[in-house]
Design a binder for this molecule. Structure first.
Ligand code: CUA
Length: 155
């Protein structure tokens, strides 16, 4: 069999491109590992009941207008499933998962982040309008995914 010179050049170029592509993919997707976009705080998802702050999920007041909400997401609920704050409060959410990937999404606000097991996922929001805010899970997490929710009562 005889290969034309241009065929050899293009064949070499094609194989070379494929190797470069696989090398880039291998390094960027696997060598660096999977990390959330921010917040490097980690926690052992198997041991949440012994590890502060997730051993006591709930609402804690930090100062006159600021609260810390520590929340555990699990299939298919949030713990706690209801918190209550005065109008004008700034709530710092710190959320982790005890099992699979969930999300913590408050429609109508810019709070919408993935909740990954092993990581402390955070966001902050100031509630200037009274009302009942629904928190929803936006990441498909199993058969009960669409039941997964909690409420934030702002009075
Ligand atoms: Cu949790 Cu979907």
């Amino acid at each position: 069999m005889h290969l034309h010179r241009y065929e050899k050049i293009w064949l070499a170029f094609g194989i070379g491109s494929l190797l470069v592509f696989l090398a880039v993919l291998g390094v960027s997707a696997f060598a660096y590992g999977q990390q959330p976009p921010s917040h490097m705080a980690t926690v052992d998802p198997q041991n949440l009941s012994n590890e502060a702050p997730f051993n006591e999920p709930g609402l804690r007041q930090i100062n006159d207008t600021t609260y810390q909400a520590t929340i555990i997401a699990m299939a298919f609920a949030y713990v706690p499933n209801k918190i209550e704050v005065p109008v004008g409060s700034t709530v710092r959410f710190q959320v982790t998962s005890s099992d699979v990937v969930h999300s913590f999404t408050i429609p109508g606000t810019n709070v919408n982040f993935m909740v990954t097991p092993g990581h402390v996922n955070m966001a902050e929001h100031t509630f200037t309008e009274p009302g009942t805010y629904l928190v929803l899970c936006n990441e498909y997490c199993g058969t009960g995914h669409h039941y997964m929710q909690m409420t934030i009562e702002v009075k």
